[in-house]
Design a binder for this molecule. Structure first.
Ligand code: BGC
Length: 365
């Protein structure tokens, strides 16, 4: 009896700890009471934006969009990149507190390592918005704004299956799985979303992970670095695919997709079906050239725009618009979230997907 109770406690703890987009349990009424008790602040306040390393184009785009948008809205933006890693970002958040920031928007390098600084920020009266990546291991986070990351993963999984079926009508298909950096809370969510589609196909034999490396821990790419993905792909190709044919690769983003394609080409192999994310210029061109199979459109302009709307609502002391109160949580709380819908892009819709994008529109028309 005691053993069962203990097992149940452990299971409950695991369930609570799992940071997931699919923790689809009851709506937490506490979380539904989105609000910080803040009653507005000066319209020309400092707003901190702590961004991670420039591991993909979306972060660079966000920097300019935040600077311009916050300035236009009358705020004083302080937008910082943590290219030196976690301690850089910790120091930057501390400096934002000292400069009197009323809201601190955080795209974390490692969302689990900012608890002390975020708590200090809250004690100083600032509101914390987790941007794109969830903040974990702390209760000091008020809101989350992002594209629906679990959905991103699902779309990637579905695209991989579709691309494989288009390549040859019947399986089994040999595939390999790549995930993002383990310190980015999104990485596991993307992977879980993709595996919700792919796992049943692995189980029924349609897909074969020839290397046997099908766990998140085996698939991760430290620091989201292209060279790390390329190295792993090189050794998979020379090991598991010395004679077998590789049909497809789950890649969590465009940067890594291009590294995987480069690896296949330099090994003299045909390019497999490779997924991606971010709609980076080189990957959109690669889709047009029928190399990379898919990407995801997560328009950074819309994400930044909504984040600035949240800041304006906080400034005016009005309730923030959230559309998800239950799926995003960390070890301490459910975080009221505003999620935007990601869109899959393949050769089929690449010419229409970016019509209103100033950079990608002209390339794809
Ligand atoms: C973002 C992705 C990006 C990755 C690497 C993730 O947290 O959601 O869009 O590709 O970080 O920078």
């Amino acid at each position: 009896m005691r053993k069962i109770a203990k097992t149940l406690t452990v299971l409950a703890a695991i369930a609570t700890l799992s940071l997931t987009a699919c923790g689809r349990s009851d709506v937490d009424s506490e979380a539904a009471k989105a609000g910080t008790g803040l009653s507005g602040f000066a319209a020309d306040s400092v707003i901190g934006v702590a961004l991670p390393k420039k591991t993909s184009e979306n972060w660079t785009l966000a920097e300019n969009l935040f600077n311009d948008g916050l300035t236009k809205a009358g705020f004083k933006p302080s937008v910082q990149f943590a290219n030196g890693g976690v301690s850089d970002q910790q120091n930057q958040i501390s400096a934002m507190i000292t400069s009197g920031a009323k809201v601190i928007v955080v795209g974390a390098v490692d969302g689990a390592q900012l608890g002390a600084q975020l708590q200090q920020a809250k004690d100083a009266g600032a509101v914390i918005i987790a941007y794109d990546r969830m903040l974990t291991n702390t209760a000091a986070v008020d809101y989350y704004v992002a594209y629906d990351n679990f959905e991103v993963g699902k779309l990637q999984g579905q695209a991989l299956l579709k691309g494989l079926a288009a390549k040859k009508p019947a399986g089994p298909y040999n595939v390999e799985l790549f995930a993002g950096s383990p310190d980015d809370a999104n990485s596991k969510v993307f992977f879980d979303g993709a595996m919700s589609v792919l796992q049943p196909k692995i189980a029924d034999g349609t897909l074969k992970v020839v290397s046997g490396q099908a766990d998140f821990g085996q698939a991760v790419t430290q620091d989201w670095k292209a060279e790390n993905a390329q190295k792993r792909m090189d050794s998979l190709l020379s090991g598991s695919y010395a004679s077998a044919q590789l049909d497809g690769v789950l890649s969590p983003n465009d940067m890594l997709a291009r590294a995987i394609i480069t690896s296949a080409k330099s090994a003299g192999k045909s390019v497999p079906v490779v997924t991606g994310q971010d709609s980076e210029v080189q990957s959109v061109k690669s889709i047009l050239a029928s190399e990379q199979y898919s990407t995801i459109n997560k328009d950074t302009r819309k994400l930044v725009e909504h984040t600035i709307t949240m800041v304006q609502d906080l400034q005016q002391g009005v309730a923030l618009e959230v559309n998800d109160n239950r799926n995003y949580k960390n070890e301490f709380k459910r975080v009221p979230a505003y999620l935007l819908p990601p869109v899959i892009v393949t050769a089929e819709n690449v010419k229409t997907a970016y019509v209103d994008d100033p950079v990608l529109g002209p390339i794809t028309k």
